[in-house]
Design a protein around this ligand. Sequence first.
Ligand code: SF4
Length: 615
Amino acid sequence: MNVQIDDLLLKVEKPARYLGNEMNSAHKDLKDGMVRFAFAFPDTYEIGMSHLGMQILYHLLNEQEDIFCERVFSPNEDMESLLRENERSLFALETKAPLKVFDFIGFTLQYELSYTNILNILDMGEIPLLQKDRGEGDPFVILGGPCSYNPEPIADFADIIVLGEGEEVILEIVNLYKEMKKNKKWKRKGFLKEASKIEGVYIPSHFAVDYHMDGTVKEIRLIEEHMGSKFLKKRIIEDLDEAYYPDKILVPYIDTVHNRVVLEIFRGCIRGCRFCQAGMIYRPVRERSLEKLKRMAHDLLQNTGYEEISLASLSSGDYTEIEALINHLIEINQQDHIGVSLPSLRLDNFSKEMIEEIQKVRKTGLTFAPEAGTQRLRDVINKNITEKDLLTSAKEAFEMGYNNIKLYFMIGLPTETDEDILGIKDLVYKVLNQYHGIPKEKRAGGLKITVSTSTFVPKAFTPFQWEEQISLQEIHRRQTLLKESLAHRSINYNYHDGKTSIVEGAFARGDRRLSKVLHRAFRLGCKFDGWGDRFNFQKWMEAFHLEDLPLKFYNNRIRNYDEILPWEHFEIGVDKSYLIKENEKAKSEEVTADCRLNCSGCGVNQNFTTKRGVC
Ligand code: SF4
């Protein structure tokens, strides 16, 4: 019986979040044997609808005749209270079916602070939170996405975890399930055993973790007959031109975070910044061809009516045919006033010509990410950009009439000193001087420089995975030091709350024991932890205390290279020896050239083959 919400829609804000009949949404007649897959984004509709992965997998699954994929988002507070008050289950948008009738609930793990929302969606969907409590007939809970490179803190809640890119493996899992349903061959356990054969599929319940007295991992061992290897190898799509990409995407009725077409131009990154997890886990670099992208852009703009297209990748300026692509998009879309945006433009491939082309249609603010205030620290993190790159790009931007620039930095990086913090101030004032160096009549008035700092969070599978995260007190001290030094009317300084970074840090490198802290925090009422006004630090500290697990053990501790890390049974193609070498080079402030200039031997080309890549 589907969930009734008509009477609730008039009582909630933005009822369009719950209608499920947007342009390009899927609607199918349910047939026997049809597999029902609920794709759940553990945050609000406005954020989830802008997630490219959701759009790709939603349309991929719905293009299969006997699979019906529907969407679920975290309901906003008003709808959640009404559903709970009226004892109504959480539902999928397209049919309003309660979650417990689905075969699969698939969650994307985009950030650690979304984990309590995952438990909340399961709880509101009347699905047992813990994997061990699910029985025949309960949906299988699948997790995937960037945080699945260390899923251990949430492993106890998952039946299946996908390591790597989902387009191919998701169909292999669902097709295996269809076979099971049709032939009534296996029960729940049997299916998980068979599924463990699929490369990239991790069945956490087949593994157990033992710990030393000091709390470090002693062993990650198999406890179930696991058909696959003890070491889980990530999945990648070798040829992106052959990879599935939707020719239409869902178009919401209400504003979302990104109201535009997203064109994914390549995966991976040639740069090797040592703090960046994405730069390591998405290797090797694989590009889509220019001809393929032209066709994709045409179809997506045609089938959505959007007036903006953004070129998505980790560093779009590094796409080998970026200028040809931008010129093409501007040329064929100028009469329709379609804007082109480049979210991830690096300082050292900021070209005046490119920006002039883009601003012909629409002028957007400019964002640069120097990340560190001194050249010494930029070398430690291997950012490979110079002060000259920043000042030249800023001057060119001001000469082009820009008066609104954002500068992103991180605080708490390994080896960071107060000199580096004050180096941020020096750099920002030099940018300011670039502006004042241009004659008044040649520059736009009302300069606004927004300086933003986030707190460095060491992540799995990066050269800094062994480094410590600075304490909350130290985060506050460094933010205050910078804030007091940046007192100027044209400069705004924003910084992330260190408390969220502390909890994020624990879960980024946590082990399976943190599942208990997560469960406890959820029961204490924690959810929407990614939202500053909803995050409750006290409750999180209480959860760590009640589960007797010291936060410091996870954050403020340097790991030895021979310590078994909670994610050590995963293989991403980049060798551990390479990460150690890069960590040592960081300590001696040595840089590593980008992959186009010189292969630095990360090993990924030994473990994967690709088309249109750098290696
Ligand atoms: S194998 Fe070499 S070129 Fe390829 S990603 Fe690794 S370092 Fe870069």
